[in-house]
Write a protein that binds this ligand. Structure first.
Ligand code: FES
Length: 115
């Protein structure tokens, strides 16, 4: 069995709250790449008005997940169709490929992510 790719742009867990932008800038059914100051990245999604954040990286071969297609709360990697739950980071295709999720909330119209 091959090793998974390592996400070199995964944010460090620091319990830090980061303001990433206005809630209206990510419409329902869409995703956005959030680039943090230290060069790390998170994939942010708006699913029916609820925001979710996961790693921006498919552990299979490293494809950026925001560029992939959404089916409700499932994102399907465009390269080889691994499927992830954007609410939990769980990989349905291969459990061991599950990715990190991050807390997201909206405060006075601004999206905040806890990394
Ligand atoms: S890179 Fe192969 S399924 Fe995502």
């Amino acid at each position: 069995m091959g090793k998974h790719r390592e996400n070199k742009r995964k944010p460090k867990r620091e319990g830090k709250t980061i303001t990433v932008g206005k809630a209206e800038s990510v419409p329902p059914g869409r995703g956005a790449t959030v680039k943090l100051k230290d060069g790390t990245e998170v994939a942010l999604y708006n699913i029916n008005g609820a925001f979710h954040a996961i790693e921006h990286f498919c552990p299979h071969k490293g494809y950026p997940l925001v560029d992939s297609r959404l089916y409700g709360h499932i994102v399907e990697c465009d390269l080889h169709a691994y499927r992830f739950d954007v609410r939990t980071g769980e990989c349905f295709t291969k459990k061991s490929c599950s990715i990190e999720r991050y807390d997201v909330f909206v405060d006075e119209g601004f999206i905040k992510i806890v990394v």
